[in-house]
Design a protein around this ligand. Sequence first.
Ligand SMILES: [Zn+2]
Length: 401
Amino acid sequence: MQLSSATYIALGTGRLRLTPPSATTGRGFTNLKFKIPNLKFKMLIFDCHLDISMNAMQWNRDVTRPLEEIRRREAHLTDFLDRGQGTVSLGEMRRGQIGLCVATLIGRCTSEKSPLRQLMAYESPEIAWSVTQGQLAWYRQMEDDGQMRQIRDLASLREHALLWQNDPPPDAPIGYIMSLEGADSILTPDHLQRSYDQGLRAIGLSHYGPGRYAGGTNSDTHLAPEGKRLLEEMERLGMIVDATHLNDESFWEVLENFGGAIWASHQNCRELVPGVRQFSDEQLRALIERGAVMGMALDNWMLVPDWSRGKSTPEGSGVTLSNAVDHIDHICQLAGSAQHCGIGTDLDGGFGREQCPTDLETIADLQKIPPMLAERGYSEEDIAGIMHGNWLQLLERAWAE
Ligand SMILES: [Zn+2]
């Protein structure tokens, strides 16, 4: 079925209820300038960054089980800080109407030796490739079981978005677009083509540390000659570049050497949280000019300054989803519109409730964000864009024939 793109930014299930205007609170971009304290509605949410397969394969979490059970089964484990603190299960995604996501493959090969960053880092690209192929096998099994559905073209995207916008059945599959976080595992151009044929549609060239193709977070290396060739091939295939995790040097080199669609899947603002993991206003403006969308991450470390991993606590720091809305608003104010910001939570991407906003118990609590945006003066259309429409529009452009 052919749908106009306008269909997508229509509000989720039409359950929007407005109360009479009472106060002017927000700096929104369209007509809505009054407070809406009782705004209660659910809409389709598109989360642009979830390491779901990594949770299954490396954390040994069965995300098809209820979240309480997942937490209980690993409560005795001490190998990772976030044991027993997970926030994501496929059931919680359904409950929160997060029917579409970008789900990753992840496996690095880096010379960086910091113990924290050793996570998902392997001794050779061959090992990293094989790990990601194992993660893919899990997604395939989820597809066979009807739990997930891989989205790889506009027809499946439109059909799936429509399913989730209109009271989806309780067991509706979660749609996922496959992305690769860090390109180290792409051994050769042939492996890129194979990955594309498997449904891979986006790649972030680097992760933490110096990568084989580009410099990642906390490194000072540049885009490698192989990185330029990878970008050429990605452009030819119509793949999306994920700018998140590029260091500043590589960031500008990637923008210069790539003409295709770009997003920054889980990316907050350096102006609000100093540090190289966040992008500066200059970088964000350059991305906005390229039509990119930034996904707001819900890792407290990226939400507030001075978060200390393993020491700070959500309660002690008073971090709430409102801090994430600050980042959303910062990007919208930079852009002068609400069309370049989305959600890319990174939930359970190596952290859990111990490093999440206090008002997020599970991923289903993302539904608390729309009313918060409304309180700040964002219109229905803008909110729908932020919660899902902006990603859909970007994909419409990137995948247009
Ligand atoms: Zn990441």
